[in-house]
Design a protein around this ligand. Structure first.
Ligand SMILES: [Zn+2]
Length: 103
């Protein structure tokens, strides 16, 4: 990402080509490290079907921070509009983007 793109994404929260990106933020239970995970809606979510229609999406992610070997396992179920329905995290906890960016 170039400098200008970086600036732009600061203001819009999106950079070009990132329209499918979703971010989740977690904090490691063991060392407190905050980790951001980028997911692509097209590739990283499993579709749930009901009556031939997509009724929701599921994300299963294992996240490893840089500071310790603790594995953070995230399971999130979304509705058709990508709003989280169920969230389960082992080895850490979900945090907000604001919490992630706060130092
Ligand atoms: Zn850790």
């Amino acid at each position: 990402m170039g400098f200008l793109d970086g600036l732009r994404s600061l203001f819009t929260g999106l950079s070009s080509g990132d329209m499918y990106a979703m971010y989740i933020y977690v904090r490691c239970q063991r060392c407190g490290e905050k980790v951001r995970l980028r997911m692509d809606r097209r590739f990283d979510l499993e579709q749930e079907f009901g009556e031939n229609l997509v009724t929701g999406y599921v994300a299963n992610k294992d996240i490893l921070g840089r500071n310790c070997p603790n594995l953070i396992r995230v399971h999130i179920e979304y509705d058709q509009n990508f709003r989280p329905r169920t969230q389960e995290v082992h080895g850490g906890q979900l945090i907000t983007r604001q919490e992630y960016e706060a130092q």
